[in-house]
Design a protein around this ligand. Structure first.
Ligand code: SAT
Ligand code: MN
Length: 609
């Protein structure tokens, strides 16, 4: 530890001169009381979590229930990503595109310089070196996050590979993404801190050309853990565009058939639509095995054999807590039960454990809710915020595939799933005719909004590739990049693309498909399609399972229900066409013509049906 007065460089654990001078520059601006380099040791974890307990940010949980784990409650105004305060500051506005907020980089830097001037006064400025994925990979991508939040440090230590070993791997000159974060709550001399410092003014800003991230005013995960969405997707997608790979909002799973055939599948689903559940589902079909490699982010790069390989750049799960239970996601529960986790905005039980809506059928008789108030089952308020989160090490997951550590350059992908959350129209599963058609499916995914971002819940919006809030550049260019990727490989080496919807409803509002572990039945059909062992029929929107091709043995679903879940309803699709038209209008002039061609094909197919 050093004070800025005697320059952080003096005791810095690296000889990376450019990094040292950048850290110095930020310290000069933000004026923290001291600078601390995060080394990733157990002693450091203890020191930081002890300090968070001392400060009232963390409550240490019962060692027997959740060893080495902590409960935190945020400021009630700081509970989710703030998309309206999130900016892509490219030199040209058109490069940010119509779906992102934009401010010119020079102007935004000016604003940020004002906000960060003295913003860390009274606090420690932590420097967190981290790596996106295994540091042993052929092309490790580094980041360094500077933050004045110890909560962010603890969370980053769970979510990313951090510390001295990363700094050592960076050597004296490795490139890295500069990530600067402040909660924006300087402390005057002797001023008492609050348990969750933040600022009403928030800026989550990205500079794609200079590969920088600056975040101000929030302590919430997606706004403050800058290795998460900010780097892994927004800046990552730009690096991927420039280098010929893809950064996607996808889970990665490994499927093994009863015959022992192994396939790796990725899936893009909007935030809070069951990605974490699908990533580690317990299959209900006999003899199939599912293992996980990731629940949120996949970086897809071509391997020497011309196939696309997926790596999970993260090191933990940052999952939505409510609804997670031994019924819906037993493997997530087993992961968190091993401890070493941080829980934010859930409820605290009287015996020092945590609880949230849906964890158990029977509600505890008494809790401290996420506002810090007494709660009983009679209470008319939720005990936990709908976007409350568990933050837990992925290596504790009992179904983690050994390839997660064993294959630092990733696993070859056989299929890509796109999914939304739609009450109508979108059938249970549709196979694309080819890559371009699959890209069209992804480009037109729509979903009802969830609590993962601030704003209204349940509104249908287009969420292309589940990337709407995460694309670091123009959405039309992004679609074009997907098409270009398809041109770089032989068709038979490319993953096959499927469109799924677990959320279709009956007229009475009930879900038609049971979901959760039974989604393995859909995965089984997909794998059998890849291997040429399952029947499909052509429909106007793509190929759908032939009658009897989906394994529903032992499933309590009526034929009528199954038919409704899987139906291609031409009238509903005819209503969808103008919505897609409208969306493509919004994408604007950079929409690739191939996407319009696909829309015309769809129109023609529906007219003929
Ligand atoms: O943005 S977070 O990573 O905090 C959560 C999410 O929306 O997936
Ligand atoms: Mn996500």
């Amino acid at each position: 530890m050093t004070s800025p007065a005697d320059s952080p460089a003096q005791s810095a654990p690296t000889k990376h001169q450019e990094l040292l001078s950048w850290v110095d520059e930020i310290a000069q601006l933000a004026k923290p009381d001291k600078v601390q380099w995060v080394n990733g040791s157990d002693e450091e974890w203890k020191e930081i979590t002890d300090a968070l307990v001392e400060a009232g940010t963390f409550v240490r949980l019962n060692e027997e229930k959740k060893p080495n784990s902590f409960w935190a409650a945020s400021n009630p105004s700081d509970v989710a990503r703030v998309e309206d305060r999130t900016y892509i500051c490219s030199e040209q506005e058109v490069d940010a595109g119509p779906t992102n907020n934009w401010v010119a980089p020079a102007e935004m830097k000016e604003t940020l310089r004002g906000l960060f001037d003295g913003s860390m006064t009274g606090r420690t400025m932590y420097v967190i070196p981290f790596c996106m994925g295994p540091v042993e990979s052929d092309d490790p991508k580094f980041g360094v996050e500077i933050t004045d939040s110890a909560y962010v440090v603890a969370s980053m230590l769970v979510m990313a590979r951090c510390g001295q070993k990363i700094l050592d791997a960076m050597g004296t000159d490795a490139g890295y993404v500069k990530c600067v974060h402040s909660v924006g709550a300087p402390l005057a001399d002797g001023e008492q801190d609050v348990s969750w410092p933040c600022n009403d003014t928030k800026y989550i800003t990205h500079f794609p050309e200079t590969r920088e991230i600056w975040s101000y005013g929030s302590g919430y995960g997606g706004n403050a853990l800058l290795g998460k969405k900010c780097y892994s997707l927004r800046i990552g997608s730009v690096i991927g565009r420039d280098e010929g790979w893809m950064a996607e909002h996808m889970l990665i799973l490994k499927l093994t058939s009863p015959e022992g055939a192994v396939h790796y599948v990725t899936g893009a689903f909007p935030s809070a639509t069951g990605k974490t559940n699908l990533a580690m589902l317990e299959p209900t079909v006999e003899g199939w095995k599912v293992e996980t490699l990731g629940d949120d982010i996949a970086w897809l790069r071509f391997g020497p054999d011309g196939r696309l390989y997926a790596v999970n750049p993260e090191f933990g799960f940052f999952g939505v807590a409510p609804g997670t239970s031994y019924t819906t996601n037993p493997n997530a529960m087993r992961t968190i039960d091993k401890g070493n986790s941080v829980f934010t905005n859930v409820a605290l039980t009287d015996d020092g454990d945590i609880w949230w809506e849906g964890m158990t059928e029977e509600k505890p008789a008494h809790l401290i809710d996420w506002h810090g108030n007494d709660w009983t089952p009679e209470s008319d308020q939720l005990s936990s915020h709908p976007n409350s989160r568990f933050c837990t090490p992925i290596t504790q997951c009992p179904v983690l595939a050994p390839e997660y550590e064993g294959e630092p350059n990733g696993v070859p992908i056989s299929a890509i799933l796109f999914g939304g959350r739609r009450k109508t129209t979108i059938p249970l599963v549709t196979e694309s005719r080819d890559w371009q058609h699959g890209v069209f499916m992804g480009a037109t995914v729509s979903s009802e909004t969830t609590a993962a971002a601030t704003g209204a819940v349940g509104v249908v919006r287009r969420d292309p590739m589940a990337m709407l809030p995460f694309m670091g550049y123009n959405v039309g260019d992004y679609f074009n990049h997907w098409l270009e990727i398809g041109k770089q490989a032989d068709a038979e080496k490319l993953p096959k693309i499927f469109y799924v919807n677990w959320f279709r409803r009956d007229e009475d509002g009930s879900f038609l498909w049971p979901g959760f572990g039974d989604n393995s039945r859909v995965l089984k059909w997909i794998i059998e399609r890849l291997e040429g062992n399952a029947e499909a029929v052509e429909s106007p929107i793509g190929r759908v399972p032939a009658d009897g091709a989906l394994d529903v043995e032992g499933l309590n679903i009526s034929e009528d229900q199954l038919a409704k879940a899987s139906a291609v309803n031409v009238d509903e699709w005819l209503e969808e066409l103008p919505l897609i038209d409208e969306w493509f209008e919004q994408v604007g002039e950079r929409l690739p013509s191939a996407m319009r061609d696909e829309l015309e094909t769809l129109r023609t197919n529906l007219d003929a049906a």
